[in-house]
Design a protein. Structure first.
Length: 182
C-alpha cells in the first residue's frame, strides 16, 4: 500500500458496463396529478471498458460490440503502451477477466509493468469504477439522452470525455481509500 500512497504505482480499477435505451431511473418527481413518461425502448447498446484511479485519471474504450476476453485483451494491449510506471489493474472475477486467453497475456503485460490483481468473489463494492458507472446511469444521464441511440451515445461520450470536470467528478480521497483498502 505504501507504493500506492507515495505514487510509486498507478492503481487502476477496471470494469465494463453497458448502456442502452432503457433508462435506469431510481425515482422521479412530477406535479401532483401529472404523469411524466421517459422514453424506453430496446437497442442503442454502447459498452464501455474503463480504467479509473483515485486521482481521477480515466481511460475508456467504447464499443457497440460485446465485451469479452478478446476485447479486454485489445484494450489492455493498447493501454499498456501508454503507462509510464508500474500499473496495477484491479478486476473482478468475470469470466472474460479470468479466461485462459487473459491468463496467457499476464506475463507479457507484467514484463511491460502492468500487473493484474483480482478482487475476492462477489465484492463489487471494492471496485471504485463501479461508483462511476452508478453516477453515470443514475445521476448524469438525463431523460432527454434516451430519445435516440445517437443522443445516448453522444451523452455517454460527452460524460466520459469530460470526467473530472466540475460537472462530472467523483472525489475519491486518498485517506478514504487507504482506510477501505489499507
Amino acid at each position: 500500500m505504501l507504493l500506492f500512497l507515495t505514487g510509486g504505482i498507478d492503481l487502476r480499477f477496471g470494469d465494463e458496463t453497458g448502456f442502452n435505451l432503457e433508462p435506469n431511473v431510481p425515482y422521479g418527481w412530477g406535479k401532483i396529478g401529472q404523469q411524466v413518461g421517459i422514453p424506453s425502448k430496446k437497442g442503442g447498446n454502447l459498452n464501455v471498458f474503463g480504467l479509473l484511479n483515485v486521482a481521477g485519471n480515466l481511460t475508456t474504450f467504447v464499443t457497440t460490440k460485446t465485451i469479452n476476453s478478446e476485447t479486454i485483451i485489445a484494450c489492455l494491449d493498447e493501454f499498456v503502451e501508454t503507462i509510464e510506471k508500474t500499473t496495477v489493474i484491479v478486476l473482478d472475477n468475470a469470466p472474460w477477466h479470468i479466461s485462459k486467453e487473459i491468463e496467457e497475456k499476464i506475463q507479457q503485460w507484467e514484463e511491460k509493468g502492468l500487473l493484474i490483481f483480482y478482487l475476492p468473489t462477489y465484492s463489487p463494492h471494492l471496485n471504485l469504477i463501479e461508483t462511476l458507472w452508478r453516477k453515470i446511469k443514475l445521476e448524469w444521464l438525463k431523460p432527454k439522452d434516451f430519445k435516440s441511440k445517437e443522443d445516448l451515445h453522444e451523452a455517454i461520450k460527452h460524460i466520459l470525455k469530460n470526467y473530472g470536470s466540475l460537472e462530472y467528478d467523483i472525489n475519491f480521497s486518498l485517506e478514504k481509500c487507504y482506510n477501505n483498502y489499507g
